[in-house]
Design a protein around this ligand. Structure first.
Ligand SMILES: Cc1ncc(COP(=O)(O)O)c(C=O)c1O
Length: 391
């Protein structure tokens, strides 16, 4: 049986592959410590669970109507975007999706044709290039430099834009980099995109997970032009630890949102109805658990950053957002007798029984990604093992 060319050309998600391998080793009784997961280790807040349970009990178990999002969820998204991001959106400018991943996929499918160029800063979230290629688009990479916290400059952006450019994918705070652009840095990039015939897909799924004195600005909040050309993506997964609920959303130009809704109506029929009630509560109810989770992540960020930097052959930037560090481990390759990040990650898994994701999956073979969405005890135990191996 022949598989489609499209699916044959598609790479498997490296992050899901690493977590699956670590889980399989654990199932064989091997004591693996996994730093692969892209999901908070906290439970979903009780008020969110209660809202979804009440929705189920109250019979909200049919198709979501309309398929692009129930009014309660859309209203909650508008409230959140106004309260936290200073953005005014009408419900007609919002679509609720089955996760942030689906949100990005729908936006790319709605906007990208064969040969269209999509600018993707490196390192990038694994799914962006594959989604672009699936739509027939051409990823155009801008290399970030870890000496500059991987952030692209306005000059780099300006020189990457061609008449074929249709989209910039922007992700701050970053997966896998753990870095965050300052408001001035985002405004400088928005000044470059202003007036260009392109859409900015601004993936802001980690916007509440900021460390130190880091400030956040939504791309759409930079200027009226930025507002007009930006699709703001977010969701419940990271802020409210709702990864398994599959719930995300996008806000932006009503005509693009309508096109995405058409695609959604012919594919998933939208996000689960009672999950949307959970999202509405997450966005409008108590934010106490978000505050607690963020504080715990910040402590872990400080610890993992300090410990990695103390290891021979490793340099690590301080995480200012999300729950990842992306250390440069290339200085340890010779000692371990490995050639790149895939071999490095395999060696660390085999010998230290620690799972990390090879940086090549995110566009850089000198790095690996550690998620610190795990307990402090695990961070210490895992880093003891890695330190011993590199020692
Ligand atoms: C940058 C980024 N965007 C989007 C997502 C999608 O999350 P979900 O589909 O669970 O909402 C993730 C999850 O790992 C992510 O890291």
């Amino acid at each position: 049986m022949k598989l489609s060319n499209r699916v044959q050309a598609l790479a498997e998600s490296a992050t899901l592959a690493v977590t699956a391998k670590a889980a399989a080793m654990k199932a064989q009784g091997i004591d693996v410590l996994s730093f692969g997961a892209g999901e908070p280790d906290f439970d979903t807040p009780q008020n969110v669970k209660d809202a979804a349970i009440a929705a189920i009990t109250g019979g909200k178990t049919k198709y979501a109507k309309p398929a692009h999002g129930i009014p309660e969820a859309k209203a909650a998204v508008c409230t959140k975007l106004k309260r936290e991001n200073g953005l005014d959106y009408e419900p007609s400018q919002v679509i609720v999706t089955a996760g942030g991943k689906m949100a990005c996929a729908l936006a790319i499918q709605a906007l990208i044709d064969d040969g269209d160029e999509v600018i993707i800063p490196v390192p990038y979230w694994v799914s962006y290039p594959e989604m672009v290629k699936l739509a027939g688009g051409v990823p155009v990479y801008i290399e970030g430099n870890d000496k500059n916290d991987f952030k692209i400059t306005p000059e780099q952006l300006a020189s990457a834009i061609t008449p074929k450019t249709r989209m910039l994918i922007f992700n701050s705070p970053s997966n896998p980099g753990g870095f965050t652009y300052s408001p001035d840095e985002v405004k400088a990039l928005a000044a470059v995109t202003a007036g260009k015939d392109l859409v900015v897909l601004s993936d802001e799924i980690y916007d509440r997970l900021l460390y130190g004195d880091q400030k956040f600005i939504s791309f759409a909040a930079c200027s009226p032009q930025a507002y007009a050309q930006t699709l703001t993506v977010n969701g419940g997964s990271k802020t409210y630890s709702m990864t398994g609920w599959r719930i995300g959303y996008v806000a932006g130009d009503a005509a693009i949102i309508k096109a995405m809704a058409k695609l959604q109506s012919q594919s998933t029929s939208g996000a689960c109805t009672f999950v949307q009630h959970g999202l509405a509560e997450a966005l409008t109810g108590s934010q106490d658990t978000v505050v607690k989770m963020r504080a715990a992540f910040e402590e872990r960020a400080t610890r993992i950053h300090a410990r990695l930097n103390a290891m021979p052959g490793v340099t690590c930037n301080r995480p200012t957002g999300a729950f990842y560090v992306f250390p440069n481990v290339s200085g340890a390759y010779a000692k371990l007798g490995v050639k790149g990040s895939v071999e490095f990650a395999a060696k660390v898994l085999e010998e230290a029984k620690v799972a990390v994701v090879p940086g090549i999956a995110f566009g850089s073979d000198d790095h690996v990604r550690f998620s610190f969405a795990c307990s402090m005890e695990q961070i210490d135990a895992g880093l003891d093992r890695v330190a011993k191996l590199l020692g």
